[in-house]
Design a protein around this ligand. Structure first.
Ligand SMILES: [Zn+2]
Length: 299
């Protein structure tokens, strides 16, 4: 993704994987072939595979440069992690994520702050890396912010169901080592990171996908962007807002949060920056006769 300006703030995408095909019904239990067929007419082959019932996903972070600091939002899956079923798709990943960070001009030691929108396997993975057989913080100089509500949810969860599995393993190898290193800070879901006249970076509670999920606002001058985390996973949910991923904490609450986010930014200049839209990723929300739609910004 090209560097985007949000007023004086700069935003870049750092990709772990782009264009991963996942069967629609595996990720969205409510997505039947009919929905996928109709969705194919609305969204092109970058979002829905042309010849199978698969949806295309991206896993990426965002870097925000603000007030001389480098802030990393969400950290994907990470390398070398043991991930049994039902999350075996992420088992022992080996991607060039840190190379992509380098191509964005940043070394791990340059990251000042890591923000996790929630504590799922695909949002905390690069919090740590394997060094001499131990998990150590990937970003040695960063403070890692995580919501207390998610921490308390995953602290005692068992891996025996879908919700547990997408939080359990990563809690142990990608969250606890950061806490042990003294680099974690547990925050409330309305935490403010920066607030000045006409400039701000802050969180807003967005419960449903997990109890402590947040969306992150970046605003400077007339620019405003919304890092949506997993409030929305795929453009298909614009047309079918009740579609939700397997393992969501509270699906009804998640749908209401999704609708509230669409309403808040429909027909405005707010740039929506979701965590899993393949390229082109950034979009603006528009209202339509049926509800809401998206206009994409090319990468
Ligand atoms: Zn996710």
């Amino acid at each position: 993704m090209k560097t985007r300006q949000i007023g004086s703030m700069e935003v870049q995408k750092v990709v772990e994987l782009d264009g991963m095909a996942l069967p629609a019904r595996l990720v969205f239990p409510g997505a039947n072939s009919d929905i996928v067929r109709q969705g194919r007419k609305m969204f092109d082959a970058r979002f829905i595979a042309p010849d199978s019932d698969s949806l295309l996903w991206s896993f990426h972070s965002y870097v925000v440069r603000s007030r001389g600091r480098n802030i990393l939002i969400d950290t994907c899956h990470g390398n070398d992690k043991n991930r049994p079923e039902p999350v075996a798709y992420a088992h022992m990943m080996n991607t060039d994520y840190l190379g992509n960070l380098g191509r964005a001009g940043l070394r791990p030691e340059d990251i000042d702050m890591v923000l996790c929108t929630h504590l799922h396997i695909d949002h905390v993975g690069w919090n740590t890396r394997l060094s001499d057989g131990k998990w150590v913080p990937t970003f040695p100089n960063a403070k890692y912010l995580m919501t207390r509500a998610d921490y308390e949810r995953f602290e005692h969860i068992s891996p025996d169901d879908q919700e547990g599995a997408i939080g359990y393993y990563s809690f142990h190898d990608s969250v606890l080592p950061v806490v042990a290193a003294g680099q974690a800070e547990l925050i409330e879901t309305d935490h403010v990171i920066e607030r000045e006249l006409d400039h701000g970076l802050w969180m807003e509670g967005a419960p449903g996908h997990t109890p402590g999920s947040v969306i992150i606002h970046a605003q400077d001058g007339h620019g405003h962007a919304l890092f949506a985390g997993d409030v929305i996973h795929h453009p298909l949910q614009m047309a079918w807002p009740s579609l939700h991923v397997a393992g969501e904490y509270d699906t009804g609450l998640g749908m209401r949060t999704r609708r509230r986010m669409f309403e808040s930014c429909a027909d405005t200049d707010t740039l929506l920056l979701p965590a899993h839209f393949p390229s082109p990723t950034a979009a603006r929300v528009i209202s339509t006769a049926e509800g809401f739609g998206l206009t994409f910004e090319e990468d």
